[in-house]
Design a protein. Structure first.
Length: 108
């Protein structure tokens, strides 16, 4: 169950980065809504990370959490913010995802 919480925490980390990116281009009330989404996603992500590290090794949990967030944010950037998707970026993104999966498989 703690691995599930950790994965969800990583998804919410992607969510807060996405909201921050959207707020950057918004103004007025729209920017405030994106910032509200940012703070809610941040709070949920941190809480779930906190719950996960109560039973998982903190180093592994933190690495997995940041890896999911980094990979998710890079994918969101490609899909929603028109960031480049060249071979090397996708190659290193794939190695990041494989590394995160590897940490899960070698952890107790």
């Amino acid at each position: 169950m703690n691995w599930v919480m950790l994965i969800i925490a990583g998804v919410f980390e992607t969510g807060f980065a996405f909201c921050l990116g959207k707020a950057r281009y918004a103004t007025g009330a729209e920017a405030r809504w994106w910032m509200t989404g940012f703070f809610l996603s941040l709070a949920v992500s941190m809480f779930l990370l906190y719950k996960a590290v109560q039973t998982l090794p903190v180093g592994t949990a933190y690495a997995v959490w940041t890896g999911i967030g980094a990979a998710g944010t890079a994918i969101a950037g490609i899909l929603f913010f028109r960031e480049q998707a060249d071979f090397w970026r996708l190659f290193f993104l794939a190695t990041l995802i494989l590394s995160v999966a590897g940490l899960k498989f070698v952890s107790e």
